[in-house]
Ligand binder design. Sequence first.
Ligand SMILES: NC(=[NH2+])NCCC[C@H](N)C(=O)O
Length: 406
Amino acid sequence: MEKGFLNITSEIGNLKAVLLHRPGKELERLTPGYLEELLFDDIPWLKRMQEEHDDFAKVMKARGSKIYYYETLLADVLRDEHIKNQFVVDVIKNSHVGNIELEKIIIEYLQGERPESIVEIAISGLHKEDFPKMEREFHLVDYVKYDYPFYINPLPNLYFTRDPGAVIGQGLSVNKMKTPARDRETMFLSYIYRHHPLFKEKGTSLWYDYQEHYPMEGGDILVLSDEVVALGCSERTTARGIEILAQRLFAKGKVKKVLVIQIPFTRAYMHLDTVFTMVDHDKFTIYPGVENAVRVYELTQGVTTPKVTPKESLEKALMEVLHLPAVQLIQSGGGDEITAAREQWNDSTNTLAIAPGTVITYNRNEATNDTLRKHGIEVIEIEGSELVRGRGGPRCMSMPLLREEL
Ligand SMILES: NC(=[NH2+])NCCC[C@H](N)C(=O)O
């Protein structure tokens, strides 16, 4: 792969490469009892979900983007015996085996497996009932069960590839997730970053690392231009995490300003991109009311920590940092309060721009899609009845790796 493959300097430039994860068996491990802990609100139907996800990938491919999958990149990396063995140890460290002897047995077993099977188990988990069926000598611990059903917990949120990582400029942020339910996802990305030829060229800076102390998730990272990044301060992304990332971007990259957009800390708005996304050079879609609920701060290079300047309004701040005479904040839900709230819950504002003025959205958000069209946006609709049950839309389900510069 050519040097400096990763490059993201906007939210809207033609999408040339993107990282996805096709939902798999991990979704079939969700049970009503674990929904909340695993950040779901409902149980999706996997078969239909996969069809919907394949259509999502198809639409992007048809418009010229290359699709990469977590599962394939990880399996590539694990073809190296040494990396594979270490990966298995790290997966077990991040799991809930609860017994060192048994951990050793599982490690040994997994290390003997093919990369594809290891990846599958690392993502979809290892159920206690499945493990004893494997051929080996049994220990007492196999008979004595604990209340948690998995040795390795499933990762049903991995198809929201937006959150564990973000490409900013030519560098990568491997995020620190807020909840233990998603921790292992960023460890996967770290393996890909360190060992996959697509990522590991010398040119790729590491802006943030998952072993950092302060949570920061990709749904809160919006690359507005080559010089400006917007960071949501939210239920998932901490103020200190934002300062650390900003300081590094100022020190080593092209970024001159970080716009901090503090949104209400609630589950319905977990990340900035659940209420606000960029759809064109001067157009954004926003959940009505959010404009008045947010606080906006501009960060610029400081001495030991970034300099903070509070801003009067989101609209003015956007005009200023993007050097635009005006910006349009397109209200989701077509102006009706009830429709807007219903559609926001189903990720109407979570649009994925694949070119300036062209976005992918769920077809169910009819009012928002109409409004976007009225504002001159090309809206490509996908079916998402099952995908939406994990509370995420097209932007959440994609991690752009390469976009054409504007
Ligand atoms: N970028 C986003 N808005 N991602 C949505 C992630 C949804 C996922 N169930 C979670 O709660 O973490």
